[in-house]
Design a protein around this ligand. Sequence first.
Ligand code: ATP
Ligand code: MG
Length: 679
Amino acid sequence: MSRQYTLHRPAATRSSGIDYRAALNDDQYAAVTSGPGRALVIAGAGSGKTRTLTYRVAWLIDHGVDPREILLLTFTNKAAREMTGRVREQVPQDTSALWAGTFHSIGSRILRRHAEEIGFTRSFSILDRDDQKSMLKSVIEACRIETGQRRFPKPEVLASVFSLAENTGSAIEEVIDTRHPHLIEWEDEIAKVHKAYLERKLATNSMDFDDLLVRTVGLFESHPDILDLYRLRFRHILVDEYQDTNAVQGRLVDLLAGGDNSLMAVGDDAQSIYSWRGADMSLILGFPERHPGAKVYTIETNYRSVPEILDLSNAAIRANRGRFEKSLQAARPSAGVRPAVVPLPDPQSQAAFVVQRLCDLHEAGMPLGEIAVLYRAHFQSLEIQLELTARGIPFAITSGLRFFEQAHVKDVAAFMRFVVNRRDEVSFTRMAGLLPGCGPAACARLWSQWLASGWADCDTPPPVWSDVLLGFKVPKKSEAHWCQLCHTLDELSADGVPARPPEMIFSILEGVYDDYLRATFDNADTRRADIERLSEYGGGFEDVVEFLAQLSLMSSADGEPNGKGEVADEAKVTLSSIHQAKGLEWGAVFLIWLVDGQFPNGRVLEGEDDDLLEEERRLFYVAVTRARDELYLTYPLFNPRSYSGDVVCRPSRFFEDFPQELIEHWNVGDGGFSDEIPF
Ligand code: ATP
Ligand code: MG
């Protein structure tokens, strides 16, 4: 006789109690609750793709999946923290074993554990961009490249060539031919430096950012047993912003998901904006072919924006040919206000309008942290930075350094400072240090010669600078460049009279600095554009001394309100490039400088390359879809101080993509000195 006895185990996991049905719409719910396997969620902006992934993580844990079996790949570490933070609040289980982060951070974690297998040790160093530059500099020196009087490309340029090659899986020569044709004369030398750089990294047990991706893939490909370990562990892989993955990242995901692991990727082909960094949109479009049997989910509802903003976004992207057709319906009720299109007389008025309007919104109750000013390129934020600083409104810039703190702006200012203050050793050293072959010792020798000339203590500058300076002893390698520099100084002040700021900046840029930029930076065009903006700003000053004083004050004022110290992010207006704004949202968005040549970018227009123009349009789509309640599209009609001489601005061609009835035209008048702008 046997007795039947049943064990009642306590439920292994407590449920989160999330009401998934209520929190999600049907499409989102279907994706969140889908069974194991491959899934692609492809849907427009603000449709809740990121939200779907967050709930998917919670759902998996709720249904008995051990958090350590989940890998969540996001575009920034901040996004990973926010998503896992939300999951942690919702589910009672301990989620600390879940892996979440960017491709780079996950790569680094994996490599740390298996470094020995690929010739490194566990304690390998990660080279940030600065470390990488220093290492490349020393490698270039060690390679003893014969340059003669020519400039060999600087570490920053080489780093960008190497990086693009790694991220697209291309040969160095191919990247040079297609993306950096001006470097063809150096092709052999660059290959030599590349080889030496690889050896140096190995010898010093160091990896750069690209290694974190490429070597992880390499590790998995050469060690199937290690790959199996991770395949066994990460049964559920989730990827956000999949449209911007590049070939190496795509390969990494496919390797990990191999076998029968679940993979859910979410993205929007209409928001693919990183092709210039190697992102490959065919990865998202080809997902169903690469993963046969994959379920494809679409979400047709937009939860972010009021219908007026959504209508404009939908119309704007429709002009692109290469895309999945999607139609997004607004979940939110009408706000009764259409997006504003606001032409302003000039860049200064554009800034005055944006700042005054955002103050209005703030006074009406919108927190500053809910307001963003977006632009195509960092330099376009100059006037806004000035205006916010002048009004003591705190702001955070995510697109880069504050304008006047940028190295190239300081370089140009150094020439001007030295001309007006001939005892300014710091500026002199900065200026001379730009010459090839002029290290600290050579600069110090030049400075002594300058002091010895007696002109440093004179009340007036030399009538002709080159008469004094050309006789100085300079390193052989710097001779031609020194000569150019002396003649540039001649133009900055002739017969003891300093030129006006824009003329000075013109001479510096065209005389010496543009050459330096091209040889030194991979983003020389952007930096040149900054300097052109500096010149335009300088057009408002007659006196160079006053101009320089203003620059110094601006870089130390830093937008902090009346020196009250750090302000929390929620209490700051965000200034951001559109690229940096991906995935984020604000109550009100101002998109500025909507002028042909600025946005879309001038180089794109010159090239007449449809693919590039389509990428610009996707960028425009990303920008307008960041707004929840209010959207302002602004542009100056004239740029009276334009560096290029094109004073009249042509409104962006993107305005032609949507019908006039979707927008409201604002005529901004000048109300003189009153606080109100009469609309
Ligand atoms: P992007 O393409 O810009 O990355 P996204 O598709 O990832 O956007 P989310 O950021 O996830 O969209 O969601 C946009 C906004 O809509 C968020 O504020 C989110 O909380 C809200 N949202 C999404 N789905 C729903 C829903 N079913 N109910 C209520 N709000 C939702
Ligand atoms: Mg998102």
